[in-house]
Design a protein around this ligand. Structure first.
Ligand code: ACO
Length: 448
């Protein structure tokens, strides 16, 4: 198959959100800590009528409807999520309700789990299937769905929630350059969820930042090696038009791109000009460990990479800044931002993607963008996602109401025998919502 990749996308995030400026004041953090320090504007969250299943039901039905895809045409469905609702029954099986109605139960795939990386694992599974000899000509469908919530404390402002659905097949406008992939996987306790009675992770914030940057270096090195072996020339930042990162919060994305500049400097790549070389030279003798701890290096690298950051990274930061960390959906929401902002000028361009999941698993890979054929064109994807409208029609909660919602969700997590308020007044038409969890923990949803 040629140009296998993403044919269509849809994104859903809850219409309920809190502004970071407001949360910052409420938490007693110093002014600017969440907005400038973390680089975040707003954070979406599920109320008691939404969860990862309802969000994914919404995203999948909307994608099928808006692109006119018959549910019978789906042959593989993979879900990436780290939000555990059931330790055995996959989220994919909940989504089967959509397909069973049409008589299609011949759909391979279940869920993948490893922190924020699961969506990428699911995507690779689908792309590999379409490229394989077991492909039956049907479409693949990938769903990333997560509700990121943290206990009260410094990590709380780095939450978020969303579901993204992506249709996979050949002749895609978002085509994989499958030969160029660099991974780094290792054992770390940076962020994990050992307490099965709680939705909140155990997180070592500082360690998670270092693990992320180390994985980035390692993946970039391997990506470059593979590129160089196959293309016979050195890869540098100049060879990609845009960079899309998993985005727990925007500051880490700024630091990551700066780090790639430092990597290019150390590799003596042509992308780093004389002026930048001079600014980075004092740091060339640092050991790896020292380089992750050096504030001066961080500052210098951010400074030299700033114009390039504005051009190659900023277009892919809108949704993560406005919605927050969506775990598995974060990197694809960042990519969706790029399509939203630049869809008319993206044909022919290369996008470098960095996916990271704590624990840890990480891959760098690339897309080559193409015009595509209706309904699978970049402009139509931007139309369908309608990101501007979705952001505009949200409802901001005051902090007291947000905290109250978090408390209720804590109480409800893992619970049974309750009905929700069924209040869907804030949800857009077509949105699924949770109505009841019965005495056997069976979950029931309705569609607005
Ligand atoms: N104005 C401007 N900037 C400020 C202010 C202020 N008033 N106050 C603090 N800052 C800056 C700090 O200098 C720092 O920026 P820097 O890193 O460039 O120096 C930034 O704001 C954050 O401040 P810290 O004190 O470092 O924040 P804290 O330790 O309280 O928490 C953290 C941040 C670790 C990210 C926390 O929110 C967390 O644990 N989040 C979850 C883990 C996470 O997302 N890890 C990322 C990879 S793993 C994953 O995706 C889940």
């Amino acid at each position: 198959q040629k140009n296998v990749g993403i044919l269509a996308m849809e994104i859903y995030f809850p219409p309920t959100c809190i502004r970071q400026e407001v949360l910052e004041a409420h938490d007693g953090a110093s002014k600017g800590k969440y907005t400038i320090g973390l680089g975040q504007d707003c954070m979406a969250f599920c109320t008691e009528v939404e969860d990862v299943i309802s969000m994914s039901l919404t995203a999948v039905t909307s994608l099928l409807e808006k692109y006119g895809v018959d549910p019978k045409q789906i042959g593989r469905l993979e879900v990436g999520s780290e939000t555990v609702i059931d330790k055995s029954k996959s989220i994919k099986t909940f989504l089967m309700q959509i397909f069973e109605e049409t008589g299609n139960t011949d759909i391979e795939g279940v869920d993948s789990t490893n922190a924020c990386y699961d969506g990428t694992a699911a995507l690779f599974n689908c792309v590999n299937w379409v490229e394989s000899s077991s492909w039956d000509g049907c479409y693949g469908l990938v769903v990333c769905t997560d509700s990121a919530v943290y206990a009260e404390g410094p990590a709380r402002p780095t939450g978020g929630a969303a579901a993204i659905a992506m249709l996979i097949g050949p002749d895609a406008p978002i085509a994989f350059e499958s030969k160029f992939r660099g991974s780094h996987m290792s054992h770390a306790y940076d962020f994990y969820k050992p307490n099965l009675a709680s939705e909140y992770p155990v997180v070592d914030g500082k360690l998670s930042q270092t693990c992320y940057l180390m994985a980035l270096d390692s993946c970039y090195t391997r990506f470059c090696q593979k590129y160089e072996k196959l293309e016979g020339k050195q890869f540098s930042i100049d060879d990609a038009d845009y960079f899309v990162f998993h985005s727990p919060y925007n500051k880490l994305v700024q630091k990551s791109f700066a780090r790639l500049w430092f990597d290019d400097f150390l590799r003596n790549a042509s992308s780093v000009d004389e002026a930048a070389k001079q600014k980075l030279a004092p740091f060339s003798t640092l050991t790896g460990d020292e380089s992750y701890q050096s504030r001066d290096l961080e500052k210098a690298a951010q400074q030299v990479s700033k114009p390039s950051y504005d051009a190659k990274v900023v277009p892919a930061t809108l949704i993560p800044k406005q919605v927050g960390n969506m775990y598995t959906a974060s990197i694809y929401a960042a990519f969706a931002s790029l399509i939203h902002n630049k869809h008319s000028s993206l044909a022919g361009q290369r996008v470098l993607m960095f996916s990271y999941g704590s624990g840890l698993a990480a891959t760098m890979f690339s897309f080559r963008l193409r015009g595509g054929q209706l309904p699978f064109t970049l402009s139509n994807i931007a139309n369908v996602m309608n990101v501007g409208e979705k952001l505009k029609t949200r409802h901001e909660f005051p902090p007291e109401k947000f905290v109250k919602t978090m408390k209720l969700m804590e109480h409800r997590y893992g619970g049974k025998d309750f009905v929700t308020s069924k209040d869907c007044s804030l949800l857009a038409p077509g949105t699924y919502y949770l109505t009841e969890v019965d005495s056997m923990y069976r979950r029931f949803y309705a569609k607005k």
